[in-house]
Design a protein around this ligand. Structure first.
Ligand code: FCA
Length: 356
Protein backbone atom coordinates (compact mmCIF):
# COMPACT_ATOMS: atom_id res chain seq x y z
CA UNK A 1 0.00 0.00 0.00
CA UNK A 2 1.36 3.42 -0.98
CA UNK A 3 1.88 6.18 1.55
CA UNK A 4 -0.87 8.19 -0.09
CA UNK A 5 -3.33 5.32 0.28
CA UNK A 6 -2.32 4.89 3.88
CA UNK A 7 -2.96 8.61 4.45
CA UNK A 8 -6.42 8.40 2.95
CA UNK A 9 -7.22 5.32 5.00
CA UNK A 10 -6.20 7.13 8.17
CA UNK A 11 -8.28 10.08 7.06
CA UNK A 12 -11.28 7.85 6.39
CA UNK A 13 -10.89 6.18 9.78
CA UNK A 14 -10.68 9.55 11.53
CA UNK A 15 -13.74 10.99 9.81
CA UNK A 16 -15.71 7.80 10.53
CA UNK A 17 -14.72 8.02 14.17
CA UNK A 18 -15.74 11.66 14.36
CA UNK A 19 -19.01 10.91 12.56
CA UNK A 20 -19.75 8.23 15.16
CA UNK A 21 -18.92 10.63 18.01
CA UNK A 22 -21.13 13.32 16.48
CA UNK A 23 -23.95 10.82 16.09
CA UNK A 24 -23.63 9.75 19.69
CA UNK A 25 -23.59 13.36 20.83
CA UNK A 26 -26.81 14.07 18.91
CA UNK A 27 -26.83 15.20 15.30
CA UNK A 28 -27.84 18.63 14.23
CA UNK A 29 -31.17 18.72 12.46
CA UNK A 30 -31.99 19.23 8.82
CA UNK A 31 -31.19 22.81 7.80
CA UNK A 32 -33.91 25.40 8.16
CA UNK A 33 -35.45 26.79 5.00
CA UNK A 34 -33.90 30.04 3.77
CA UNK A 35 -36.08 33.13 4.02
CA UNK A 36 -38.49 33.79 1.17
CA UNK A 37 -36.85 35.61 -1.68
CA UNK A 38 -33.43 34.04 -1.17
CA UNK A 39 -32.08 32.73 -4.44
CA UNK A 40 -31.48 29.01 -4.10
CA UNK A 41 -30.40 26.92 -7.06
CA UNK A 42 -32.72 24.01 -7.70
CA UNK A 43 -31.31 20.73 -6.39
CA UNK A 44 -29.39 18.73 -8.90
CA UNK A 45 -28.33 15.18 -8.49
CA UNK A 46 -24.71 14.45 -9.29
CA UNK A 47 -24.07 17.49 -11.46
CA UNK A 48 -21.60 16.49 -14.16
CA UNK A 49 -17.93 17.70 -14.33
CA UNK A 50 -15.65 19.72 -13.92
CA UNK A 51 -12.71 17.64 -12.69
CA UNK A 52 -11.34 14.40 -14.05
CA UNK A 53 -13.77 12.20 -12.13
CA UNK A 54 -16.75 13.97 -13.69
CA UNK A 55 -18.00 14.96 -10.23
CA UNK A 56 -17.70 18.04 -8.13
CA UNK A 57 -15.45 17.36 -5.15
CA UNK A 58 -15.08 19.93 -2.37
CA UNK A 59 -12.79 19.80 0.66
CA UNK A 60 -13.75 21.12 4.13
CA UNK A 61 -10.60 21.55 6.22
CA UNK A 62 -10.82 22.49 9.90
CA UNK A 63 -8.13 23.31 12.45
CA UNK A 64 -9.64 21.52 15.48
CA UNK A 65 -11.71 18.50 14.38
CA UNK A 66 -12.31 17.48 18.03
CA UNK A 67 -14.16 20.74 18.78
CA UNK A 68 -17.97 20.43 18.55
CA UNK A 69 -18.22 23.71 16.60
CA UNK A 70 -16.19 22.23 13.75
CA UNK A 71 -18.01 18.90 13.87
CA UNK A 72 -21.24 20.87 13.45
CA UNK A 73 -19.83 22.78 10.50
CA UNK A 74 -18.98 19.42 8.90
CA UNK A 75 -22.46 18.03 9.60
CA UNK A 76 -24.14 20.96 7.91
CA UNK A 77 -21.66 20.98 5.01
CA UNK A 78 -22.44 17.29 4.52
CA UNK A 79 -26.15 18.08 4.39
CA UNK A 80 -25.36 20.53 1.61
CA UNK A 81 -23.30 17.90 -0.25
CA UNK A 82 -26.17 15.41 0.09
CA UNK A 83 -28.63 17.94 -1.26
CA UNK A 84 -26.61 18.91 -4.34
CA UNK A 85 -24.91 15.59 -4.93
CA UNK A 86 -21.29 16.72 -4.70
CA UNK A 87 -18.59 14.85 -2.83
CA UNK A 88 -17.39 16.43 0.42
CA UNK A 89 -14.01 15.54 1.86
CA UNK A 90 -13.86 16.50 5.54
CA UNK A 91 -10.28 16.73 6.73
CA UNK A 92 -8.89 17.68 10.13
CA UNK A 93 -5.80 19.82 9.51
CA UNK A 94 -4.27 20.64 12.86
CA UNK A 95 -0.99 22.05 11.50
CA UNK A 96 0.53 23.52 8.35
CA UNK A 97 2.02 20.27 7.14
CA UNK A 98 -1.35 18.54 7.36
CA UNK A 99 -2.97 21.39 5.42
CA UNK A 100 -0.43 21.05 2.60
CA UNK A 101 -0.81 17.26 2.45
CA UNK A 102 -4.58 17.61 2.47
CA UNK A 103 -4.48 19.98 -0.51
CA UNK A 104 -2.26 17.52 -2.42
CA UNK A 105 -4.68 14.71 -1.60
CA UNK A 106 -7.65 16.82 -2.63
CA UNK A 107 -5.96 17.48 -5.98
CA UNK A 108 -5.46 13.73 -6.45
CA UNK A 109 -9.15 13.20 -5.68
CA UNK A 110 -10.08 15.75 -8.36
CA UNK A 111 -11.33 18.47 -5.99
CA UNK A 112 -12.01 21.84 -7.54
CA UNK A 113 -11.99 23.83 -4.30
CA UNK A 114 -12.11 23.78 -0.52
CA UNK A 115 -13.47 25.64 2.50
CA UNK A 116 -10.90 26.07 5.27
CA UNK A 117 -10.53 27.19 8.88
CA UNK A 118 -6.75 27.31 8.96
CA UNK A 119 -4.71 26.19 12.00
CA UNK A 120 -2.60 29.36 11.57
CA UNK A 121 -3.75 32.49 9.77
CA UNK A 122 -0.15 33.18 8.63
CA UNK A 123 -0.32 30.08 6.42
CA UNK A 124 -2.63 32.06 4.13
CA UNK A 125 -0.04 32.85 1.40
CA UNK A 126 1.23 29.24 1.27
CA UNK A 127 -2.32 27.84 1.15
CA UNK A 128 -3.37 30.23 -1.63
CA UNK A 129 -0.19 29.44 -3.62
CA UNK A 130 -0.76 25.71 -3.37
CA UNK A 131 -4.42 26.02 -4.29
CA UNK A 132 -3.50 28.14 -7.31
CA UNK A 133 -1.00 25.52 -8.39
CA UNK A 134 -3.92 23.06 -8.64
CA UNK A 135 -6.41 25.70 -9.89
CA UNK A 136 -8.53 25.16 -6.79
CA UNK A 137 -10.85 27.75 -5.31
CA UNK A 138 -10.46 28.70 -1.63
CA UNK A 139 -13.14 29.93 0.77
CA UNK A 140 -12.02 30.87 4.30
CA UNK A 141 -14.28 30.34 7.29
CA UNK A 142 -14.00 31.50 10.93
CA UNK A 143 -10.32 32.55 10.84
CA UNK A 144 -9.12 34.98 8.17
CA UNK A 145 -5.82 34.60 6.25
CA UNK A 146 -3.18 37.20 7.06
CA UNK A 147 -0.53 38.15 4.48
CA UNK A 148 3.19 38.93 5.07
CA UNK A 149 2.28 42.63 5.47
CA UNK A 150 0.01 41.73 8.42
CA UNK A 151 -3.11 42.63 6.43
CA UNK A 152 -6.03 40.31 5.70
CA UNK A 153 -5.71 38.56 2.36
CA UNK A 154 -8.13 38.71 -0.54
CA UNK A 155 -10.07 35.49 -0.21
CA UNK A 156 -13.81 35.04 0.34
CA UNK A 157 -14.47 34.87 4.09
CA UNK A 158 -17.32 34.09 6.45
CA UNK A 159 -16.69 34.85 10.11
CA UNK A 160 -18.65 35.91 13.15
CA UNK A 161 -19.23 39.63 13.92
CA UNK A 162 -16.53 39.26 16.52
CA UNK A 163 -16.52 42.75 18.08
CA UNK A 164 -20.31 42.91 18.42
CA UNK A 165 -20.52 39.40 19.80
CA UNK A 166 -17.78 40.19 22.32
CA UNK A 167 -19.72 43.28 23.41
CA UNK A 168 -22.90 41.20 23.85
CA UNK A 169 -20.88 38.89 26.12
CA UNK A 170 -19.56 41.82 28.20
CA UNK A 171 -23.05 43.29 28.54
CA UNK A 172 -24.48 39.92 29.63
CA UNK A 173 -21.76 39.60 32.29
CA UNK A 174 -22.42 43.12 33.59
CA UNK A 175 -26.21 42.60 33.67
CA UNK A 176 -25.92 39.34 35.61
CA UNK A 177 -23.41 40.90 38.04
CA UNK A 178 -25.90 43.70 38.76
CA UNK A 179 -28.65 41.12 39.26
CA UNK A 180 -26.54 39.22 41.77
CA UNK A 181 -25.68 42.45 43.57
CA UNK A 182 -21.92 41.87 43.57
CA UNK A 183 -19.77 44.74 44.81
CA UNK A 184 -17.12 45.85 42.29
CA UNK A 185 -14.39 45.76 44.96
CA UNK A 186 -15.08 42.04 45.59
CA UNK A 187 -15.22 41.13 41.90
CA UNK A 188 -12.65 40.58 39.15
CA UNK A 189 -12.90 39.40 35.56
CA UNK A 190 -10.81 36.61 34.10
CA UNK A 191 -10.40 37.31 30.39
CA UNK A 192 -8.84 34.29 28.66
CA UNK A 193 -7.15 35.73 25.57
CA UNK A 194 -5.63 34.50 22.32
CA UNK A 195 -4.46 37.75 20.74
CA UNK A 196 -2.49 36.20 17.85
CA UNK A 197 -5.83 35.38 16.20
CA UNK A 198 -7.65 38.51 15.11
CA UNK A 199 -11.21 37.19 15.52
CA UNK A 200 -10.29 36.07 19.06
CA UNK A 201 -8.80 39.45 20.00
CA UNK A 202 -11.81 41.33 18.62
CA UNK A 203 -14.10 39.17 20.76
CA UNK A 204 -12.23 39.67 24.05
CA UNK A 205 -11.61 43.38 23.28
CA UNK A 206 -15.36 43.75 22.69
CA UNK A 207 -16.12 42.05 26.00
CA UNK A 208 -13.64 44.28 27.82
CA UNK A 209 -15.07 47.44 26.22
CA UNK A 210 -18.65 46.54 27.17
CA UNK A 211 -17.71 45.66 30.75
CA UNK A 212 -15.83 48.93 31.30
CA UNK A 213 -18.64 50.89 29.62
CA UNK A 214 -21.00 49.33 32.17
CA UNK A 215 -18.76 50.72 34.95
CA UNK A 216 -16.57 47.68 35.66
CA UNK A 217 -13.05 48.86 36.71
CA UNK A 218 -10.61 48.24 33.83
CA UNK A 219 -7.81 47.37 36.27
CA UNK A 220 -9.82 44.46 37.64
CA UNK A 221 -10.04 42.77 34.23
CA UNK A 222 -7.14 40.29 34.24
CA UNK A 223 -5.99 39.08 30.84
CA UNK A 224 -4.77 35.48 30.84
CA UNK A 225 -3.26 34.36 27.49
CA UNK A 226 -3.99 30.72 26.64
CA UNK A 227 -1.42 28.66 24.72
CA UNK A 228 -4.04 26.52 22.99
CA UNK A 229 -7.66 27.43 22.25
CA UNK A 230 -9.23 24.48 24.03
CA UNK A 231 -10.57 23.77 27.51
CA UNK A 232 -7.19 22.63 28.79
CA UNK A 233 -5.35 25.69 27.45
CA UNK A 234 -7.89 27.98 29.10
CA UNK A 235 -7.79 26.02 32.37
CA UNK A 236 -4.00 26.45 32.58
CA UNK A 237 -4.26 30.18 31.88
CA UNK A 238 -7.11 30.62 34.37
CA UNK A 239 -5.46 28.56 37.09
CA UNK A 240 -2.33 30.72 37.01
CA UNK A 241 -4.37 33.92 37.16
CA UNK A 242 -6.55 32.75 40.04
CA UNK A 243 -3.49 31.76 42.04
CA UNK A 244 -2.17 35.31 41.62
CA UNK A 245 -5.41 36.87 42.93
CA UNK A 246 -6.47 34.88 45.99
CA UNK A 247 -8.57 37.67 47.58
CA UNK A 248 -11.20 37.95 44.85
CA UNK A 249 -14.67 36.82 46.03
CA UNK A 250 -16.57 36.71 42.72
CA UNK A 251 -15.29 36.02 39.21
CA UNK A 252 -16.58 36.98 35.79
CA UNK A 253 -15.12 34.75 33.04
CA UNK A 254 -15.12 35.54 29.32
CA UNK A 255 -13.01 34.49 26.35
CA UNK A 256 -13.04 33.86 22.58
CA UNK A 257 -15.28 30.77 22.67
CA UNK A 258 -17.10 28.28 24.91
CA UNK A 259 -13.91 26.28 25.39
CA UNK A 260 -12.08 29.35 26.77
CA UNK A 261 -14.84 29.99 29.30
CA UNK A 262 -15.30 26.31 30.20
CA UNK A 263 -11.58 26.13 31.01
CA UNK A 264 -11.78 29.33 33.06
CA UNK A 265 -14.84 28.09 34.96
CA UNK A 266 -13.11 24.74 35.65
CA UNK A 267 -10.21 26.74 37.12
CA UNK A 268 -12.58 28.63 39.48
CA UNK A 269 -13.98 25.25 40.62
CA UNK A 270 -10.45 24.01 41.21
CA UNK A 271 -9.92 27.06 43.46
CA UNK A 272 -13.07 26.31 45.46
CA UNK A 273 -15.52 28.82 43.97
CA UNK A 274 -19.20 27.92 43.98
CA UNK A 275 -21.38 28.54 40.87
CA UNK A 276 -23.13 31.42 42.66
CA UNK A 277 -19.79 33.28 42.73
CA UNK A 278 -18.92 32.80 39.06
CA UNK A 279 -20.47 34.28 35.91
CA UNK A 280 -19.02 32.68 32.78
CA UNK A 281 -20.35 33.74 29.39
CA UNK A 282 -19.06 31.86 26.34
CA UNK A 283 -19.30 32.18 22.56
CA UNK A 284 -20.52 29.16 20.59
CA UNK A 285 -23.42 27.06 21.82
CA UNK A 286 -22.56 23.54 20.74
CA UNK A 287 -20.06 23.06 23.56
CA UNK A 288 -22.19 25.02 26.02
CA UNK A 289 -25.18 22.74 25.65
CA UNK A 290 -23.49 19.80 27.42
CA UNK A 291 -22.66 22.13 30.31
CA UNK A 292 -26.25 23.43 30.49
CA UNK A 293 -27.53 19.84 30.42
CA UNK A 294 -25.72 19.07 33.70
CA UNK A 295 -28.10 18.40 36.58
CA UNK A 296 -26.86 21.32 38.65
CA UNK A 297 -26.01 24.75 37.21
CA UNK A 298 -22.29 25.59 37.06
CA UNK A 299 -20.49 28.92 36.85
CA UNK A 300 -20.95 28.74 33.07
CA UNK A 301 -23.94 31.07 33.06
CA UNK A 302 -24.63 31.85 29.39
CA UNK A 303 -23.22 31.77 25.89
CA UNK A 304 -23.56 33.84 22.75
CA UNK A 305 -25.05 31.33 20.32
CA UNK A 306 -23.44 31.49 16.87
CA UNK A 307 -24.45 29.73 13.67
CA UNK A 308 -22.71 26.54 12.48
CA UNK A 309 -25.43 26.10 9.83
CA UNK A 310 -24.37 29.25 8.00
CA UNK A 311 -20.66 28.53 8.50
CA UNK A 312 -21.00 24.90 7.33
CA UNK A 313 -23.92 24.60 4.93
CA UNK A 314 -23.76 28.06 3.42
CA UNK A 315 -19.99 28.14 2.86
CA UNK A 316 -20.14 24.72 1.16
CA UNK A 317 -23.07 25.93 -0.95
CA UNK A 318 -21.24 29.12 -1.98
CA UNK A 319 -18.22 27.02 -2.98
CA UNK A 320 -20.42 24.61 -4.95
CA UNK A 321 -22.10 27.42 -6.90
CA UNK A 322 -18.72 29.04 -7.53
CA UNK A 323 -17.38 25.82 -9.04
CA UNK A 324 -20.52 24.76 -10.89
CA UNK A 325 -21.97 28.08 -12.08
CA UNK A 326 -19.02 30.47 -11.74
CA UNK A 327 -20.94 32.55 -9.17
CA UNK A 328 -18.33 34.46 -7.12
CA UNK A 329 -19.09 34.25 -3.38
CA UNK A 330 -19.33 37.46 -1.34
CA UNK A 331 -15.89 38.59 -0.14
CA UNK A 332 -16.81 39.20 3.49
CA UNK A 333 -19.80 37.82 5.41
CA UNK A 334 -20.23 38.35 9.16
CA UNK A 335 -22.77 36.31 11.11
CA UNK A 336 -24.56 37.38 14.28
CA UNK A 337 -24.96 35.90 17.75
CA UNK A 338 -27.70 35.68 20.39
CA UNK A 339 -27.18 35.37 24.13
CA UNK A 340 -28.75 32.20 25.57
CA UNK A 341 -28.72 30.69 29.07
CA UNK A 342 -29.23 27.25 30.57
CA UNK A 343 -32.98 27.96 30.37
CA UNK A 344 -33.14 29.11 26.74
CA UNK A 345 -30.22 27.47 24.88
CA UNK A 346 -31.92 24.25 23.81
CA UNK A 347 -35.12 26.02 22.77
CA UNK A 348 -33.34 28.65 20.65
CA UNK A 349 -31.09 26.03 19.04
CA UNK A 350 -34.16 23.99 18.09
CA UNK A 351 -35.91 27.05 16.66
CA UNK A 352 -32.85 27.71 14.50
CA UNK A 353 -32.68 24.13 13.25
CA UNK A 354 -29.38 23.54 15.09
CA UNK A 355 -30.71 20.69 17.24
CA UNK A 356 -33.24 17.91 16.84
C1 FCA B 1 -12.68 30.32 15.78
C2 FCA B 1 -12.72 29.55 17.08
C3 FCA B 1 -13.87 28.57 17.12
C4 FCA B 1 -15.18 29.25 16.73
C5 FCA B 1 -15.04 29.92 15.39
C6 FCA B 1 -16.27 30.67 14.97
O1 FCA B 1 -12.22 29.52 14.75
O2 FCA B 1 -11.50 28.86 17.28
O3 FCA B 1 -13.99 28.02 18.40
O4 FCA B 1 -15.49 30.21 17.70
O5 FCA B 1 -13.96 30.85 15.43
Amino acid sequence: MGIRNAGWLAWAALTTLIAVCVTLAGCPKAPPQPPAGTAVPSPTVAAPKPGETGRIVIGFLVKQPEEPWFQNEWEFAQQCADKYGFELKKIGTTDGEKVMTAIDNLATAGAQGFVICTPDVKLGPAIIAKAQQYKMKVFTVDDQFVGPDGKFMDAPYMGISAGDIGRQVGEACAAEMRKRGWKPEDTSALCVTYDQLNTAKERTDGGTAALTKAGFPADRIYRAPEKTTDVDGAFQAGDTMLTQHPKVKHWIVFSMNDEGVLGGVRATEQHGFKPADVIGVGIGGTSAIAEFDKKEPTGFFATCLIDPYRHGYETAELMYRWIKDGVEPPQDTRTKGTIVTRETCRKVMKERGLLD
